[in-house]
Design a protein around this ligand. Structure first.
Ligand SMILES: Nc1nc2c(ncn2[C@@H]2O[C@H](COP(=O)(O)OP(=O)(O)OP(=O)(O)O)[C@@H](O)[C@H]2O)c(=O)[nH]1
Length: 506
């Protein structure tokens, strides 16, 4: 049995009573509902990454950092990449000769059937039929070069990192096809084929911006897409007629070549080229934070199908692991709405907001989370101080993180050291912060706080006591499956509470 201590009941909390056993069988089937793309363990994935890197590197050795560094330190590169993309050029038009037939000297009257083929007889006695495709206004339709391929980025759930963009940093769409004419106008002339749109998949949650410029799109949902480079327009075709036949040619179509310099019009336009910065922000409802070794990955694997690396040394987690928490079965048909995605972030250490440890990179992945689960090793030397260190790092990076609903999990209570001091730890942690309530407009009103406030106007002047207390402090052992149900209940309550009032940051 585990202890659940809600802040409001801290004074009268009850002591934890353990049922002596180390194993507490958990109805996992209730909890593990959906596998996610992150369900596979991270080790094979990182191997796959390094293999891919090695192959690609042979193709374009100059692009991105050396593959060795990429494979070894993937965590430095997985969520940021600079790429350049180029749309396809337009295909070329053609300079066409007029066929020898003389009956082409006058445009027929405008008629409804655009694009129809006009088959008029040649000069009496010539016996030749001259036929053209015509526009709606009766003018001769001249073929155009194909449009160059556009470049589109789209959010694909199958993608997990931006690592591939380090080994292939340049992407080009195909050019449009040229007019396939043999030099003489005829009804069988075709437009050049359009270049295929180059669709590049990126992980869901990728922010696309111009290099050192404005944000173009935030691909936060599967299927979101943005056109980043437009293909060039195809060149037009012109008629090359000798001087004495120009009048006739002009009557056929306004798009005739007037002089030699107009030839340039037949060239397709170049496709757009742009350098882009891709920034991945993990999309998850719940973010797991804590010092290294607190048990975040173990927690993730206990309540979802995700299988992150777990080991007894700090920074086992180098990249965020995602897991999908199933809906609450007690809600019946509504249970689907109570499901959530959890992100296990690499451990934070003091100075993380300045880049220490794995640093700032990972703090940004909390941006899209709605609820924070703070895992504290209750068997550590000074768990309350550990708790404050992480809260302080969050505050220094982005004070808004501290305003989000959060649940504290005092982990490893299966160890005697943690067991003995659980109650006092829960009390101390619950006491850091102020109580809050939400008015009708959803803004947070501070009612009471346990510390005197000196400066409350600016975030910089606030301290941890100015931010809300945890919604709950729960004693648990995620390894032994103790306290899991209580923890899940609190996480779901926090999610339900914030779903209406919290708007996600961009
Ligand atoms: N006794 C006990 N050990 C635990 C418990 N939860 C996790 N551990 C152990 O603590 C160690 C660290 O666990 P992880 O889940 O890798 O910790 P983490 O917070 O993800 O660590 P980082 O990846 O460094 O951030 C592992 O050896 C786990 O087996 C628990 O409830 N009880």
């Amino acid at each position: 049995m585990a202890t659940v201590l809600l802040p409001s009941h801290v004074a009268s909390h009850r002591r934890a009573a353990f049922s002596g056993g180390s194993h507490h069988p958990l109805p996992l089937t209730d909890l593990l509902v959906c596998a996610t793309r992150a369900a596979a363990s991270r080790r094979p994935r990182s191997i796959a990454v390094s293999c891919r890197v090695a192959t690609r590197a042979k193709e374009s050795p100059s692009a991105g950092p050396p593959p060795k560094a990429l494979a070894k330190e993937a965590h430095k590169y997985f969520d940021h990449a600079v790429v350049s993309v180029r749309a396809g050029d337009g295909g070329h038009g053609a300079v066409l000769n007029m066929p020898p037939g003389p009956s082409t000297d006058a445009a027929p009257k405008a008629r409804g059937g655009g694009g129809r083929v006009d088959k008029s007889k040649g000069k009496k006695g010539s016996g030749k039929k001259v036929s053209y495709k015509r526009n709606y206004d009766g003018s001769v339709s001249l073929p155009m070069g194909g449009h160059g391929g556009d470049v589109v980025l789209y959010a694909d759930e199958a993608e997990e990192t931006l690592l591939e963009f380090h080994s292939k940093a340049r992407h080009c769409a195909k050019r449009g096809g040229n007019v396939g004419a043999n030099g003489t106008m005829s009804s069988r002339m075709h437009n050049g084929s359009a270049g295929e749109t180059l669709r590049i998949p990126v992980p869901v949650g990728t922010v696309v911006r111009r290099k050192k410029g404005s944000v173009l799109a935030d691909l936060a949902h599967p299927g979101d897409e943005v056109l980043v480079a437009r293909g060039g327009q195809g060149g037009i075709s012109l008629i090359d007629a000798p001087e004495y036949r120009r009048g006739k040619a002009m009557a056929l179509s306004p798009n005739v070549m007037r002089d030699v310099t107009d030839k340039v019009l037949t060239h397709g336009q170049p496709g757009e080229e742009i350098s882009l910065e891709l920034i991945l922000r993990v999309v998850a409802d719940v973010g797991l934070v804590g010092l290294p070794n607190a048990g975040k990955s173990t927690l993730l694997s206990a309540i979802t199908l995700a299988r992150p690396d777990i080991a007894d040394y700090p920074f086992t987690t180098l990249m965020p692991n995602l897991g999908r928490l199933g809906g609450d079965p007690s809600l019946g048909a509504l249970q689907f709405s109570s499901g959530a995605t959890l992100a296990d972030l690499p451990g934070l250490i003091e100075g993380a907001h300045l880049g220490k440890g794995l640093g700032r990179n990972f703090l940004r992945h909390l941006r899209r989370t709605r609820v924070i689960v703070h895992v504290v090793d209750a068997a550590a030397d000074d768990p309350v101080n550990d708790y404050k260190i992480v809260r302080e790092e969050l505050r220094m990076y982005n004070p808004k993180y501290l305003e989000r609903p959060y649940v504290v999990v005092l982990n490893k209570i299966d160890l005697p050291k943690a067991q003995d001091r659980l109650s006092s730890l829960a009390f101390d942690i619950s006491s850091v912060g102020c109580e809050e309530c939400h008015d009708k407009n959803g803004s947070i009103e501070k009612l009471t706080r346990n510390k005197s406030r000196h400066h409350a106007s600016e975030d910089d002047d606030k301290d941890l006591g100015d931010y809300p207390r945890p919604q709950a402090v729960i004693g648990a052992s995620v390894l032994r499956h103790i306290g899991i149900d209580e923890m899940l209940k609190e996480i779901r309550t926090a999610l339900a509470k914030c779903s209406d009032r919290m708007s996600l940051e961009p």
